[in-house]
Ligand binder design. Structure first.
Ligand SMILES: Nc1ncnc2c1ncn2[C@@H]1O[C@H](COP(=O)(O)OP(=O)(O)OP(=O)(O)O)[C@@H](O)[C@H]1O
Length: 229
């Protein structure tokens, strides 16, 4: 998706709130999952959730286990259809899912090449971004290693690097630092802060109270809705 492009996903429901600086707006998001074994019974996970993201923000998405944070993020990125609501985005969106979507037989380098092509990036941009990410997340020594031989923490680094590769305007990260050691955890926040300072927007699912001071804003997912604080 090119930087000037605006994607509007119109679902049955409300209109999106949209201003000149808005990078992402979601309004009235509803989502229910079918319950196993109970015909026609559905579990309502989101019931009117919404969010707006602006340049230069790092927003924390918090809430109890099972409150719907991942579901909401999947709807925001278009990986999951909502039952109702509107999502509008501007520019390129990067998404780091909780479970890495990778190919076990490909190496880190091969993943980066493959994703770079899929993003439509020129080869020189892929090389430059790859080198910065290997350096920034300290995993250049695994460049030629197959994914099924990586440790869990290194796999999380690759998962994050694949989302960062095209330098997206909005970055949606679902518990990105699972398995990171302390040094990598600090490097991760350096990368996030550098993006924020360049006017990018980052939304991070977090469970840690210790992270709270790193967020410009916190959005709580509770009772199917979103509450800003
Ligand atoms: N594909 C699915 N089918 C049915 N139910 C689902 C599905 N995905 C999630 N759920 C249910 O929806 C609810 C919200 O799940 P979700 O993963 O969005 O929560 P979460 O806030 O991200 O949780 P956590 O903090 O544990 O990661 C949970 O009750 C979960 O069991």
């Amino acid at each position: 998706m090119e930087a000037s492009e605006t994607r509007t996903q119109v679902l049955p429901g409300n209109d999106g709130a949209w201003g000149a600086a808005t990078l992402l707006s979601a309004v009235g998001i509803e989502k229910a999952y079918r319950r196993l074994g109970r015909r026609r019974k559905r579990a309502q996970v989101l019931a009117g959730a919404g969010i707006e993201l602006y340049p230069g923000e790092v927003v924390g998405l918090v809430g109890e286990n099972g409150s719907g944070k991942s579901t909401f993020m999947k709807v925001l990125v278009g990986a999951l259809d909502a039952d109702a609501g509107t999502v509008t985005t501007r520019g390129r969106i990067g998404y780091c899912p909780q479970e890495p979507l990778v190919y076990s037989r490909l190496t880190c380098d091969e993943h980066i090449e493959l994703f770079g092509r899929a993003y439509g990036m020129p080869d020189a941009d892929v090389r430059r971004s790859r080198n910065e990410l290997y350096e920034g997340l300290n995993f250049a020594r695994y460049a030629g290693v197959r994914v099924d031989r990586l440790s869990g923490g290194t796999l999380s680094k690759l998962n994050l690097a694949l989302a960062l590769l095209p330098d997206p305007d909005v970055l949606l990260l679902d518990e990105p630092y699972a398995g990171f050691d302390w040094d990598t955890y600090l490097r991760f926040w350096d990368l996030v802060e550098a993006r924020r300072a360049r006017g990018k927007s980052v939304l991070v699912v977090s469970h840690f109270v210790v992270d709270e001071h790193r967020f410009t804003r916190i959005v709580d997912v509770r009772d199917g809705r979103t509450w800003s604080r």
